[in-house]
Ligand binder design. Structure first.
Ligand code: BES
Ligand code: ZN
Ligand code: ZN
Length: 488
């Protein structure tokens, strides 16, 4: 898939389709001024600017051969509605095989010009994405929009903000490619080659811990998970040093189970089908670090990708056995399908002890419990620090990669105690699974402020969303970039 070109112009140049986004109120105003020439058609076709309304005109208007009017309604008007508006324009153009489109920055009192323009860029790039690697029938292949022109009176600074959003979304699309690809392709071996190739020649420092080094470090939990696989487990560490004046570091850890069969506690077929998405956390961490580099973000950021494949084999790790973590704490393994927390525990502990970050964040498709709580709409957050949780909440509102905080009360913490070992990997009762997992992980953070983001529901959608086709969403890349940009 070619990258979509984004242009910024005050007046439309040579686009084949002009798209306008309206609320009922702004439509009324436009029909009295700029759009007075098509007032009759608009009223005849009953276009009122309501949400999900669109009116496609093939007759010439202004400089365009075709015009698309898009409604966003009048409730909860926000940058997200603008993102969705842009997505409608892009999808429409794709369906009509229109290669170049112009979208006008809408004038909305609820959304600043900068935010509206940024949202247009985001919606366009995310909606133009489709995973086509395994499509061979020409007629079934998607035609992509090659060029989107954003029309508005934008300052250089506003355009710069849009350019940054463009890079973030392109990197989110790289994340989506990784998550969507076959698990037999994108396995731990592949990730090492991929990361090294992609980041060659950048300022990012890549270190890979192979099983031998992991053994030396005592990463017994992580190593246990990958025992049944031919693609050996590993930890990839990416270091970005964007703020030479500060020692403060942010650590992001991503769950990279490249395929989760459940292990010996094997998943039923249907639940296994999408388990290539269990690498979404690690993929997001990679894309985030690449974004830090691309945007020259003025922060020090460390990314750790915890990679392993959870398969069935005579060597597979076992339910009921006790495994020893790098920290030394022993863990009773209550299910080989609760593998993510084992990999993450060792990676988190390694990261916090080696880098002493001021914050550790993990992205992980960790529990079905998070999906049962929030569906595909919101990531389940647990945090030991209210300020950081709030920053992630606010970043989520801005990016619409939303996160909602759950408690880590001591009753939940106590549930992680085991009779046979120090910790249990699963709660005795099948309750509060997502919170339990967060409390389990917190045993390995060494009191570093911790934000846990369970993205099991949001990383991969079964139902297409306005700017996400079925499959990976790249969740976390836009959220974490926004978080980092907000920090002083
Ligand atoms: N990777 C899964 C969680 C998951 C489920 C992510 C569905 C995305 C979609 C995780 O490793 C897992 O299997 N969790 C189990 C644990 C169970 C054995 C207690 C779960 O939450 O169902
Ligand atoms: Zn699992
Ligand atoms: Zn898993």
């Amino acid at each position: 898939m070619e990258k979509m070109k984004i242009l910024f112009n005050r007046e439309p140049k040579n686009a084949e389709m002009g798209a306008y986004i309206f609320s009922p109120q702004t439509l009324k105003e436009a029909l009295e001024s700029t759009l007075s020439g098509i007032k009759d058609i608009v009223s005849r076709e009953n276009f009122e600017g309501k949400e999900e309304q669109a009116l496609f005109l093939i007759s010439g208007f202004e400089k365009f051969k075709r015009t698309l009017l898009i409604g966003i309604g009048d409730t909860n008007i926000s940058n997200e509605k603008v993102r969705r508006g842009a997505a409608i324009a892009v999808k429409f153009a794709q369906a009509k095989k229109i290669q170049k489109i112009s979208i006008f920055v809408p004038h909305l009192k609820e959304v600043s010009k900068k935010d509206a323009a940024t949202a247009l860029v985001e919606g366009s790039i995310l909606a133009n994405y489709s995973f086509q690697k395994y499509k061979t029938v020409k007629e079934d292949k998607r035609v992509f929009v090659a060029e989107t022109e954003i029309i508005g009176e934008l300052s250089q600074k506003e355009i710069e903000e849009c350019r940054q959003a463009q890079v973030v979304c392109e990197n989110a699309n790289i994340c989506r490619d990784l998550v969507n690809d076959n698990s037999s392709v994108a396995n731990p071996d592949f990730f090492e080659k991929f990361v090294k190739t992609k980041l060659k020649g950048t300022s990012l420092k890549v270190t890979v811990l192979h099983e031998k080094e992991m053994q030396k470090l005592g990463m017994g939990l992580h190593l246990a998970v990958g025992r049944g696989s031919e693609s050996r487990s590993r930890v990839i560490i990416i270091e970005y040093n964007g703020d030479k004046e500060s020692k403060g570091k942010y650590l992001f850890v991503g769950k990279g189970i490249t395929f989760d069969s459940g292990g010996l506690d094997i998943k039923p077929g249907e639940s296994m089908e999408n388990m290539r998405d269990d690498k979404a956390g690690a993929s997001a961490v990679f894309a985030l670090l690449k974004t830090c580099e691309d945007l020259k973000i003025k922060k020090n950021v460390i990314g750790i990708m915890g990679l392993a494949e959870n398969l069935v084999d005579a060597k597979s790790y076992r339910q009921g056995d006790v495994y020893v973590s790098m920290k030394g704490l022993t863990v009773e393994n209550n299910s080989t399908d609760a593998e993510g927390r084992l990999v993450l525990s060792d990676c988190i502990y390694y990261g916090v002890t080696k880098f002493k970050p001021k914050l550790v964040v993990d992205f992980s498709t960790l529990t079905g419990s998070a999906i049962r709580t929030f569906g595909e709409h919101v990531a389940l957050m647990c945090a030991t620090n209210d300020r950081e949780a709030n920053e992630f909440f606010e970043s989520g509102q801005k990016t619409f990669e939303r996160a909602w905080k759950m408690p880590m009360f001591e009753e939940y913490v106590k549930e992680t105690k085991s009779l046979r070992a120090d910790l249990r990997s699963l709660n005795k009762k099948p309750n509060n699974g997502a919170i339990f997992a967060a409390c389990f992980l917190n045993n390995f953070t060494e009191n570093t402020p911790f934000v846990h983001l369970d993205i099991a529901g949001t990383a991969f959608v079964e139902e297409p969303k306005p700017y996400y086709e079925t499959g990976a969403t790249g969740f976390g890349v836009r959220l974490a970039t926004e978080y980092l940009k907000r920090q002083k």
